[in-house]
Design a protein around this ligand. Structure first.
Ligand SMILES: C[S@@+](CC[C@H](N)C(=O)[O-])C[C@H]1O[C@@H](n2cnc3c(N)ncnc32)[C@H](O)[C@@H]1O
Length: 327
């Protein structure tokens, strides 16, 4: 059985307890995010790392899991390298989605984040997580090879030229690369830089984009991002001072593979014909979808009751799903 948020929550419980003392550190962390200060600097402290694990790790886990799920079953890595992996949310997400996974390696510049991540993973009911390797390494460094490299909420910690360099290095050392950033205009700008870099190295996008051409949202005021809803545990609520039992994490992402770089005319396995990029709007007898399409462009697609199976699929479809449902 793949690990899920309950396993992560139980592992966090075992290491953090109620986390009641972490509220001030969590507030300082979110103030640092809002100010644009590099959170990497503040994670270099054991209390900040614990606060991060309590309030951010469940969300970054959920976002990376959604990104890897969107890439579909064609992604079959045996090894994952998590660059700027912090407390290991992305390796938890990889273990949650990739049954092929046999080993995980987390690299990060923060010793306290790694030490904490190792303790949390030790409580996972998954041998890949429990046996993961945790290495202190501050980018720029030589990266070890892996089938899949993940960069989750990390590229944006670096200046733009370093973002390009780390994505190029990841693409040289891995057959697949997944980059996830906050679903804000700034996060999307960083994500777009990673996307362009991957396409420039000959990688082909599997998700979310239905093509490797210029992103229709590269210019203009709108940006490509997706929501994932996650439950908040009692600890999460307490540390954050929040009342709601859930939160929506917005994220931008790209998953790209080297496979198929020699076949630019065919779609790489898992790439959709289109992707729903806003909440579907249900109207009487019809569903209106906003779809990023292969042509490329953002299209309004009206699916009426007369469309039968497609209409039923459209009623069940959500922001982030592939469209049409049956390629
Ligand atoms: C926002 S956290 C993301 C952690 C994790 N990937 C996640 O998704 O939860 C950013 C991480 O990048 C690390 N970091 C920042 N700059 C770094 C650098 N130059 N080299 C290695 N790690 C760095 C920080 O220590 C921190 O753990």
């Amino acid at each position: 059985m793949a690990v899920g948020e309950r396993d992560l929550d139980a592992a966090l419980d075992a290491v953090l307890g109620s986390g009641s003392e972490l509220a001030p550190a969590a507030a300082a962390l979110s103030a640092a995010y809002r100010s644009g200060r590099r959170p990497g600097e503040v994670l270099d402290d054991p209390t900040a790392a614990r606060a991060y694990a309590a309030v951010r790790m469940p969300a970054t886990f959920a976002a990376v899991r959604a990104a890897l799920r969107a890439a579909g079953p064609g992604l079959r890595p045996a090894t994952v390298l998590d660059i700027g992996g912090g407390t290991g949310a992305a390796v938890w997400a990889a273990a949650a989605t990739l049954p092929s996974l046999r080993s995980a390696h987390v690299l990060d510049g923060s010793a306290p984040a790694l030490a904490l991540g190792r303790r949390i993973a030790a409580g996972a009911p998954d041998p890949v997580l429990a046996g993961a390797t945790w290495t202190r390494a501050r980018w720029p460094v030589d990266l070890p090879g892996a089938d899949l490299a993940t960069l989750a909420y990390f590229a944006g910690e670096l200046p733009p030229e370093q973002q390009v360099a780390v994505v190029v290095a990841a693409a040289e050392r891995a057959g697949a690369v997944a980059v996830v950033e906050p679903g804000t205009p700034a996060g999307f700008a960083d994500l777009l830089r990673a996307r362009d870099t991957l396409v420039g190295t000959g990688f082909r996008i599997v998700a979310p984009c239905p093509h490797d051409l210029d992103c229709p949202w590269a210019t203009g005021s709108d940006w490509c991002h997706f929501p994932v809803r996650l439950p908040r545990s009692a600890r999460h609520r307490q540390v954050k001072g929040a009342r709601l039992g859930w939160e929506d994490e917005k994220f931008s992402y790209v998953v790209a593979v080297r496979d198929g770089a020699d076949r630019p005319e065919g779609r790489p396995e898992g790439r959709p014909e289109g992707r729903i990029v806003r909440h579907p709007v249900q109207r009487k007898g019809m569903v209106e979808l906003t779809v990023c399409a292969a042509r490329p462009g953002i299209e309004r697609v009206i699916v009426s009751k007369r469309s039968g199976a497609d209409y039923r699929a459209a009623r069940d479809a959500g922001w982030g799903d592939a469209w049409p449902p049956h390629p």
